[in-house]
Design a protein around this ligand. Structure first.
Ligand SMILES: [Zn+2]
Ligand SMILES: [Zn+2]
Ligand SMILES: [Zn+2]
Length: 155
């Protein structure tokens, strides 16, 4: 694992969550990997890096850091929930794109759902009776590196 990046300490402070060794290690790990991992993979990698952490503690920290926008839950068809790094947790509401082949996670700007939110809310309320409160959006694609390697989309 790469040495601690000072920006990770700053990120935790800005998110107003306590700076602990495990949280810094989590950010360092995901930044070095540049792709998403499952909570179990993260637990194993942290232990290999000499961070003493049991599974429950790792899960609890991941949950907290997702709530604070530092980590992003990611999902690919037929695969378990993974976690990636949000490199700009201070930015306005935005979503992420995940490479369906290697799991690389990248930032995107803005939110197309917000642009149609009012119409969508009205339609869903009228047609299904649900009062909309939130949305979960994630893009899936092939990252530049996988494209360079000639990797083609699935199917
Ligand atoms: Zn982000
Ligand atoms: Zn990729
Ligand atoms: Zn959105």
């Amino acid at each position: 694992m790469q040495p601690t990046q000072p920006e990770h300490v700053t990120r935790l402070r800005r998110a107003n969550i306590k700076v602990t060794r495990i949280r810094i290690a989590l950010l360092d790990l995901l930044a070095a990997q540049e792709r998403h991992m499952t909570a179990d993979e993260i637990t194993v990698a942290l232990r290999k890096a000499g961070v003493r952490a049991d599974r429950v503690t790792v899960y609890r920290n991941i949950d907290r850091m997702i709530q604070d926008g530092l980590l992003v839950p990611t999902l690919l068809p037929g695969r378990a929930l993974h976690v990636g790094l949000c490199t700009r947790p201070d930015a306005a509401h935005h979503h992420h794109v995940v490479c369906e082949r290697c799991g690389r996670v990248a930032e995107t700007d803005g939110c197309p759902v917000r642009e149609v939110w009012e119409r969508l809310s009205r339609e869903i309320q009228e047609q299904r009776g649900f009062q909309l409160t939130d949305h979960i959006t994630q893009y899936v694609g092939i990252c530049p590196e996988c494209q360079r390697k000639g990797i083609k989309p699935r199917q």
